[in-house]
Design a protein around this ligand. Structure first.
Ligand code: S3P
Length: 436
């Protein structure tokens, strides 16, 4: 499938909602499965990544019922109630499913095999496998256990707690170790070089686990009884990001996005855009199952360049593709550094952004750990490729709203992993979008 995008016919105006947060939806399913009793999940993201987590949990004996388009009921099995699957567990494109489930499966007494699509089988798994092995997990995989498919032999005697200093600010690594820590006797601690998203810690607390968060470290005590919860998943700021930037760069926009998750570990894009001159206000902040949620009002603004680096990077890591699009329309050269993690996402986003933004006529330089984007040039529509990466596809489509002529984005089926409604929402708001 491909998109044909034409220059926006009008400003992005009105009120929208974006689907539930992907990271939080995965965690709600997993903790619901490990809890005792029923977990009700509202505003669940029914994108392919989270549906893959649900399918795998069903393979492990968990009953999950869909009672509405975005409403699920998980019948928890308790910490020790999962059962051996009859087949390989396939996460598709989802790194969060693979890494977090690896943590959970490390503590089970049975055998599992985890695999995924071509992109997943290229992504580094050693960063999760190594600390889990230190806890006593028995994991093997391609390239000495660094690449999927990965087999987990099971640990009938449980795991040992560790204190792990993670070299990367990665929530997937932190979460895998903390989830394995549920199966260890004592306290497991993860220290990070910069704070990554803390949804696992917050949700473990909501389910009744003994979790401590202190600065850059998070600890979890093994063997808790987790109790089923009623959860309402906040809208995904990583999906809202495309419309935040769209409304900022398309003239005549005034858009309200309701019910967006505003956890501090995820709001780096708002901070960066504000520094660049964006007009964003936050309204109606409230707490929703342990997560801050609010409405965003975004109006068109003229942007100027800035430098994005250091501790800001983990707080906007998934938003860099769309931030790079904002930088294309900002005055001056925007420098993005300390973001080498981009190279091991769904695609090598430093390379894929360089390729696709250059095709549109952008002037982009590649750094080993980032990009320099020279903004303010007039861009002409062109043929872009998603590289199978949902966020590259959506970023290119938003850029197309401000290019002269037609922009084609090929292979946009991947958008279904995180934001299946993206195309129809964009067509309703801006017009000028065709699907082929
Ligand atoms: C995620 C953590 C981040 C992020 C990914 C989702 C999560 O990855 O990029 O899209 O749900 O924990 P890393 O943990 O690899 O930084």
């Amino acid at each position: 499938m491909e998109f044909r995008v034409h220059p926006a016919k009008r400003g992005l105006r009105g009120e929208i909602q974006v689907p539930g947060d992907k990271s939080i939806s995965h965690r709600a399913l997993m903790l619901g499965a490990l809890a005792e009793g029923i977990t009700e999940i509202d505003n669940f993201l029914a994108g392919e990544d989270c549906l893959n987590t649900a399918r795998i949990l069903r393979q492990l004996g968990v009953k999950i019922r869909q009672t509405g388009q975005t409403r699920l009921i998980v019948h928890g099995r308790g910490l020790h109630g999962l059962t051996e699957a009859g087949d390989v567990l396939d996460v598709g494109n989802s790194g969060t499913s693979l890494r977090l489930l690896l943590g959970i499966l490390s503590g089970q007494p049975f055998y599992s095999i985890l695999t995924g699509d071509e992109s997943i089988r290229r992504r580094p798994m050693g960063r999760v496998v190594e600390p889990l092995q230190r806890m006593g997990a028995r994991i093997a995989g391609r390239n000495g256990g660094k690449l999927a498919p990965l087999t987990v032999l099971g640990s009938p005697a449980g795991l040992q707690p560790i204190t792990f200093s993670s070299p990367a600010a990665s929530a997937q690594v932190k979460s895998a170790v903390l989830l394995a820590g549920l199966y260890a006797l004592g306290e497991t601690t993860v220290k990070e070089p910069a704070k990554s998203r803390d949804h696992t810690e917050r949700m473990l607390q909501a389910f009744g686990a003994d979790v401590k968060m202190e600065g850059l470290s998070a600890s979890c005590r093994g063997g808790p009884r987790l109790a089923g919860q009623k959860l309402a998943i906040p809208g995904d700021i990583s999906s809202a990001a495309f419309f935040i930037v769209g409304a900022t760069i398309v003239e005549g926009s005034d858009l309200v996005i309701r019910g967006v998750g505003l956890n501090q570990t995820r709001t780096g894009l708002l901070d960066a855009l504000k520094i660049m001159g964006a007009d964003i206000s936050i309204l109606n902040i409230h707490d929703q199952t342990g997560e801050p949620v609010g409405d965003l009002r975004v109006r068109t603004a003229n942007l100027h360049a800035t430098e994005i680096s250091g501790e800001l990077i983990p707080r906007l890591i998934d938003e860099i593709p769309i931030l790079a699009v904002a930088a294309l329309f900002a005055r001056g050269a925007t420098v993005i550094r300390d973001a080498a993690e981009l190279r091991v996402k769904e695609s090598d986003r430093i390379e894929t952004l360089h390729q696709e933004l250059s095709r549109l006529g952008g002037e982009v330089e590649v750094l080993p750990d980032g990009l320099i984007i020279h903004g303010g040039r007039t861009l002409a529509g062109a043929g872009c490729d998603s590289h199978g990466d949902h966020r590259i596809a959506m970023a290119a489509a938003i850029a197309g709203l401000k290019c002269q002529g037609q922009t084609t984005v090929r292979d946009v089926g991947c958008i279904g992993t995180s934001f299946p409604e993206f195309g129809s929402l964009l067509a309703d708001l801006a017009g000028g979008l065709e699907y082929l």
